[in-house]
Design a protein around this ligand. Structure first.
Ligand code: ADP
Ligand code: ZN
Ligand code: ZN
Length: 738
């Protein structure tokens, strides 16, 4: 805390969420000249009032004091972020070369970022001593009150109003009556007593590898270390998480659990709620701002013990941090691809270091980066080599479809297998990573192809909506009925999308229920959840879908999985592509036979000898990863080198090119030749949404020299006048070179 005294004029240095790489100086407010580092401040910025974050208090400003505005109001008496978390945000701003104001702001829920009001506090309700001792049968004439009392007695922890809404719809009246009877009491802030780690359901008896993993992490509690749990699908990773979480809760500490996809939160939430009688907060982008703010405050104030969320929950401050878990750590959704481009996995690891707590990364198909870190002993490797319980690993098989008769992407052999499986009342899962009807519309007479006017891309045929749609900029147009070029030619759909496969499945299996799961069919809120429920109830026979199916959902009754076209993934120019394809194949395969019945996985290919496929099938993902890492090492690609990608785009072709040329010259001036600079070249997709895109790739064998270069370069780029005429961005450790 710093007090203003009239002799020494203190200056508040404030971070504001604008894309500018500097802090802004203000004079302390007159009314309340006390503030702690990290506090939110209301300030006048240009013509508007906005929220800033106090970063530093200094004695001098480079601007004359009479030019400085006064802070309007100090919003937080105590900063809402802890000192290690503020350090983390400073680190992230430096590492990703992103303005500090935007980075700090991203740690707050939208309401606290924008709304000028003070922190709202939720009301909590808990049992009084009398309430705890009262036999609920005494309330048998008022069943609602009885039910609410029993819920409190069964859970032993206070409930916030939002938690009550979730547990019991019409809670307000009975809670009021129980308050009147002094069986319940309210607390304005969070309860400060340690969290009771109450276990509702007994843990499973673990197999030895599970136990070894649990022991390793539990021995490491209270200090920083990183664990990589590599467990084949169905090996019981979630059980391992839960037993470790139990140990953390028993110490009165909190756990942050991150998953890549919103749709994965309900199933994990359900398992956690079955096991633990603690408050669990949920945070992801489909919740309202108010719900997310409440979740944030519950964790920040310590009234929830577990936070389950997606990437955006990463920075939520934990009152009593104990452990960070990142499930499906290989998933590209952990990388934020716009604005503040960060990897939630990498930042989670650094956060663990600042907070001095362990970080547990889990996956059936770990990223090559994490495996490399395990190989070099930076991470501790915890393998779970077998499926848990009674489940048996599926049989994988390559199906050579060269010269084989096909019906819309389905070979006759596969059709027979599907028939056999559905005849046994077992489920089939078909995977094709392309939505729409077909990726190309071509004229049979003149060869005209439907292209997007704004992107370097073909338009995709969507037959349900009778449209041509660009999957890159979203532009749509009606499906033409004759060729716009030669006016007479017949138009033909080339290639395969999920809608097309769905059509042939309905012809072949008209009496069976087919569910198509892709971004088009699950757009309506709740539709994916309802599909998943139907599948689990066994009312669906054939599931057809895109990569949505690879995301860790459980389909226990599926015994046949088929990947219709693995070849299209084999020939990408991005070096990450083989890793992603292998992960996709293994993840989709893992959906087969998760219960007692053994599953079968069929991959249709015209390249049955491709080394990626044969290694993966004969020797498994871990061996594939070893080979892939050796190749990366030979080619000096990440994780054996470090990259940053500078992208620039504008409506005029020359502008981004010239801009990057200027940047290149600036960089060559600074560079000590340890960092290679490649480009400027057009991006692999050279035009998107009407903008021409160019890029410059920095690559170095030394992380330090890469960052040294960027440290000096970025302020210079910011000064460039050319930069005002275009959009540019820097992506450190890019995972998508498009
Ligand atoms: P993963 O997260 O690795 O896919 P899960 O934790 O979901 O695996 O476990 C798969 C199934 O195996 C679940 O139904 C789970 O209850 C069960 N399971 C996990 N561990 C054990 C165990 N030690 N004994 C018996 N069943 C187990
Ligand atoms: Zn034509
Ligand atoms: Zn387009």
């Amino acid at each position: 805390m710093a007090k203003l005294n009239s002799e020494a004029k203190l200056i508040f240095r404030v971070a504001i969420a604008v894309p500018i790489f500097r802090l802004f100086d203000y004079l302390p407010p007159q009314t309340n000249p006390i503030a702690a580092i990290g506090a939110r401040l209301e300030v006048q910025f240009g013509r508007q009032k906005t929220i800033g974050f106090l970063v530093e208090i200094v004695k001098h400003s480079e601007f004359p004091n009479d030019k400085l505005k006064q802070v309007l109001r100090v919003l937080d008496e105590q900063p809402l972020l802890s000192a290690p978390d503020l350090q983390l945000l400073h680190w992230a701003s430096r590492y990703y070369h992103h303005p500090l104001g935007e980075v700090i702001s991203s740690a707050f829920p939208v309401i606290l970022r924008r709304n000028q009001s003070m922190v709202p506090t939720e009301k909590y309700y808990g049992l009084t001593e009398l309430g705890a001792a009262t036999d609920s049968l005494q309330l048998k004439r008022t069943p609602k009150q009885k039910a609410v009392l029993e819920m409190f007695q069964a859970n032993h922890h206070p409930f916030s109003s939002s938690a009550l809404c979730r547990e019991y719809k019409n809670w307000r009246a009975p809670v009021q009556q129980l308050l009147a009877k002094a069986l319940l009491t309210t607390q304005s802030a969070s309860p400060s007593q340690p969290i009771d780690a109450l276990i509702k359901q007994d843990a499973l008896q673990c197999n030895p590898p599970q136990q070894a993993a649990i022991n390793a992490v539990c021995e490491g509690l209270g200090q920083f270390s990183v664990f990589l749990l590599e467990g084949v699908t169905g090996s019981g990773k979630t059980e391992v998480y839960m037993q470790i979480i139990q140990a953390v809760l028993a110490r009165g500490l909190q756990v942050l659990v991150l998953v890549p996809e919103i749709t994965l939160t309900p199933q994990l939430e359900a398992r956690f709620r079955q096991r633990f009688a603690v408050n669990i907060a949920i945070s992801h982008s489909k919740l309202t701002d108010k719900q997310r703010c409440n979740a944030w405050l519950q964790i920040q104030q310590g009234s929830s013990a577990i936070l389950l969320g997606t990437r955006s929950a990463l920075f939520t401050p934990l009152k009593n941090p104990g452990l960070i878990i990142l499930d499906e750590e290989h998933d590209a959704s952990f990388k934020q691809q716009e604005g503040f481009r960060f990897s939630a996995r990498d930042v989670a690891v650094v956060r663990g270091k600042f907070l001095a707590i362990p970080v547990l990364l889990g996956s059936a198909t770990p990223s090559l980066e994490s495996l490399h870190n395990a190989n070099t002993k930076r991470y501790q490797w915890l393998p779970l080599p077998e499926r848990a319980g009674q489940a048996i690993a599926p049989v994988l098989q390559l199906l050579d479809i060269r010269n084989k008769p096909m019906q819309e992407g389905l070979s006759n052999v596969l059709i027979e297998e599907i028939k056999k499986t559905v005849a046994k009342n077992e489920q089939v899962l078909l995977f094709l990573n392309r939505r729409g009807f077909a990726p190309t519309l071509i004229c049979h007479a003149c060869g005209w192809v439907a292209r997007c006017l704004h992107c370097d891309a073909n338009l995709v045929i969507h037959s349900h909506s009778k449209q041509l749609r660009c999957h890159h900029c979203g532009k749509e147009q009606p499906l033409p009925d004759h060729c716009p070029a030669c006016k007479t030619g017949e138009l033909t759909a080339l290639g395969l999308g999920t809608e097309r496969v769905e059509k042939v499945l309905m012809q072949l299996f008209g009496d069976k229920t087919i569910a198509r799961l892709d971004r088009d069919s699950t757009q309506r809120k709740g539709s994916l959840e309802s599909y998943l429920e139907q599948i689990n109830q066994g009312s669906v026979d054939i599931i057809l879908g895109t990569q949505m199916l690879a995301k860790g959902h459980h389909f226990p009754q599926v015994t046949l999985v088929a990947l219709l076209d693995v070849d299209s993934g084999l020939f990408s120019i991005d070096f990450h592509a083989t890793e992603k394809l292998a992960q996709l194949i293994v993840q989709v395969s893992g959906r087969a036979g998760r219960a007692e019945k053994q599953g079968k996985v069929i991959m249709q290919t015209r390249r049955p000898d491709h080394p990626l496929l044969t290694t993966l099938i004969n020797e498994g993902y871990h061996c594939f990863a070893k080979t892939a890492l050796a190749e990366r090492q030979l080619a000096a690609l990440p994780p054996f080198s470090y990259q940053a990608l500078l992208q620039a785009q504008a409506a005029d072709d020359a502008i981004p090119q010239n801009f990057l040329q200027t940047v290149l010259e600036l960089a060559q001036h600074i560079n000590s030749s340890e960092t290679q600079i490649l480009g400027p070249v057009p991006a692999p997709m050279a035009r998107r949404a009407g903008l021409y895109r160019y890029q410059l790739l920095f690559q170095s064998s030394q992380r330090r020299s890469l960052h040294h270069l960027l440290d000096e370069l970025m302020p210079k780029i910011e000064q460039l006048k050319q930069g005002k005429k275009l959009r540019w961005s820097l992506d450190v450790d890019p995972v998508d070179l498009y």
